[in-house]
Ligand binder design. Structure first.
Ligand code: PFF
Length: 556
């Protein structure tokens, strides 16, 4: 499976595994616990489940449907699909988010993924046996090479494992993933789940240190109703749901675009979403949070979580393995499996960009992978060096809490309003092996876009304290309120870099469409498809024959 039009998934199981592999990763096991701890533990779960039901699941179905429809048109990435649906010059430019967001996320995701590989090594060499609550923090900063008094952070081990991670990722996507990694994840995934259950049992039977495991569970499962009025908690929950399900940025869309027209999307979407939720809420949360509370106490757990979007597991788990028989072995296996979970996710982030290079720019897979690899490596240099300055968390904040909800909102508007929910619903239910409740139709058309708009609006614009008219939480974060003065220039540098990247991608889109128009061989096909599309009701069924042959008409 890769970015070629003729390719299709060999088995239904293959695409299911790929999507589940994309979803289940560091988001469930590392990011979820940190987010939950940061946003008040139990307070986080209510918005999380609301977001899952009203946004996550419906959007998952929508992306499967949109992807499959795009594939029928011969497009595997958002710019092409949006161009086809909107039939307007600007359509493809909105699709830029389907390249930009995966790129930003994959850069920092790969770095965190490489930590899991590094930690597997540390565990295996018995490093965890020497750790206690006072030293694990140091272990992590040492691994990252963060030093007081030095502006730049890096360590030899960190760089080696990062290069290894990069090499493995690009090896996987160059070989074409269908054969290798998805087959492998048939073993790795169940093994990860099994190990997670073992760890859950161990954590829940830990002896009291600062607190008992049940105080840890209490911390997670006692809902704080007052948090429901805080837009920050809501947007964090929405972002986490999108991140963990891999939606809002076109990764699922690319995978689904290799389905056949009548393949099921309903059951597949539900299965991958449920598996992932189980991984995050039951396993991810029950392991890292109670463990952290046991060893550090609730207040310190929150403080540690503040220190990094993915950090809690790296602090708490070495201590758990320390308390286990054969801790070195179990610890190594755990982090190695986590690495594979991360690998199937990062590969899915690279895939849309690769498919875009191949399909819309006409590059060979080798060229596409080399250019992408070089770009990712180049962006990783400042990311690694400035990790100690909070650059990774800042990128994660922008990508997950701002870009993902915006991306999702644009997708919904295009799907439910421009394409129209009548056709959208047909697209979701065609070939379905599950009855999708009709209410989802209305949720997608009205509830989800309004909810997203309201959340983004209140978070961005509603003052923190209406009496004083203080800035909204988002505005404060954007203006680097509360960030140490010394770190600000580095964060601003990275934000500018993100802006430049977005601009460069927009220019690339323009070039891609110009190039296609310049190809005289395409002209008759374009005219034929254009005519078909202009016929009343431009939807899949009517235009499929023409588009199958010609691809959707392309404009500059
Ligand atoms: N869902 C992955 C995780 O939770 O680790 C991360 C991710 C993968 C996000 C692919 C987005 C994506 F397109």
């Amino acid at each position: 499976m890769a970015g070629r039009k003729s390719e299709r998934w060999a088995t239904r199981m293959g695409v299911m595994l790929a999507v589940a592999g994309s979803a289940i990763g560091l988001g469930a096991f590392l990011r979820f616990p940190t987010q939950a701890a940061q946003h008040g533990g139990g307070a986080f779960l209510i918005p999380y489940f609301v977001a899952l039901l009203l946004l996550g699941l419906p959007l998952m179905w929508m992306e499967w449907a949109l992807g499959r429809m795009g594939g029928v048109w011969g497009h595997h990435t958002l710019p092409g699909i949006f161009d086809a649906v909107t039939r307007a010059r600007w359509g493809k430019y909105l699709g830029v988010l389907g390249l930009f967001i995966p790129f930003i996320i994959v850069v920092y995701y790969l770095y965190v993924e490489s930590w899991t590989l590094g930690y597997a090594f540390l565990a295996a060499t018995g490093e965890f046996a020497n750790q206690n609550t006072a030293t694990v923090n140091g272990l992590h900063t040492q691994y990252l090479g963060v030093r007081d008094g030095s502006a730049l952070s890096w360590s030899l081990a960190g760089v080696i494992f990062l290069l290894l991670t990069l090499a493995i990722n690009f090896w996987v996507i160059c070989r074409g993933a269908a054969a290798g990694i998805e087959k492998f994840s048939r073993i790795a995934m169940p093994l990860l789940f099994l190990l997670a259950i073992i760890l859950m049992v161990r954590v829940l039977t830990l002896p009291r240190a600062v607190a008992t495991p049940f105080e840890g569970l209490d911390f997670l499962w006692t809902p704080d109703i007052s948090a429901l009025t805080n837009p920050t908690v809501w947007l964090a929950a929405v972002g986490q749901v999108f991140f963990t399900l891999s939606i809002g940025l076109g990764a699922i869309i690319t995978y689904a675009s290799y389905l056949r027209k009548d393949d099921d999307v309903a059951l597949s979407g539900l299965t991958s979403a449920s598996l992932n939720t189980m991984a995050g809420v039951i396993m991810g949360a029950t392991i890292a949070i109670p463990a952290a509370v046991v060893f550090f106490g609730a207040a310190a757990t929150m403080r540690y979580a503040e220190g990094g979007s993915f950090s809690l597991g790296f602090f708490a788990l070495p201590l758990v393995f320390n308390e286990m028989a054969s801790g070195a072995l179990v610890g190594a296996l755990w982090f190695l499996l986590l690495f594979f979970a991360g690998l199937t996710a990062s590969v899915s982030l690279l895939r849309p960009i690769l498919a875009f290079f191949q399909d819309e720019l006409g590059w060979t897979r080798g060229k596409a992978a080399s250019v992408l690899g070089a770009l990712v490596a180049a962006y990783l240099v400042p990311l690694v060096l400035l990790t100690g300055k909070g650059v990774l968390d800042d990128m994660d904040f922008w990508a997950v809490q701002i870009f993902l909800p915006v991306g999702a909102l644009i997708e919904i508007i295009i799907f439910a309003w421009l394409l129209g929910m009548k056709h959208g619903w047909e697209a979701i239910t065609a070939g379905a092996r599950l009855r999708v409740p009709v209410v989802v139709k209305y949720v997608l058309q009205y509830v989800a876009p309004l909810l997203l708009l309201a959340l983004l609006g209140s978070w961005l614009f509603v003052p923190d304290d209406p009496k004083t008219g203080a800035l909204s939480a988002a505005a404060k974060m954007m203006m680097l309120d509360g960030v140490a003065e010394a770190n600000k220039p580095y964060l601003i540098f990275c934000r500018v870099l993100m802006g430049v990247t977005l601009l460069a991608l927009l220019l690339l889109l323009r070039r891609a469409w110009r190039r296609k128009l310049d190809q005289p061989a395409m002209a008759p096909h374009i005219a034929a498809a254009e005519a078909a599309v202009d016929a009343p009701g431009h939807i899949m069924e009517e235009i499929t024959p023409a588009l199958f042959d010609a691809g959707r008409p392309d404009r500059a």
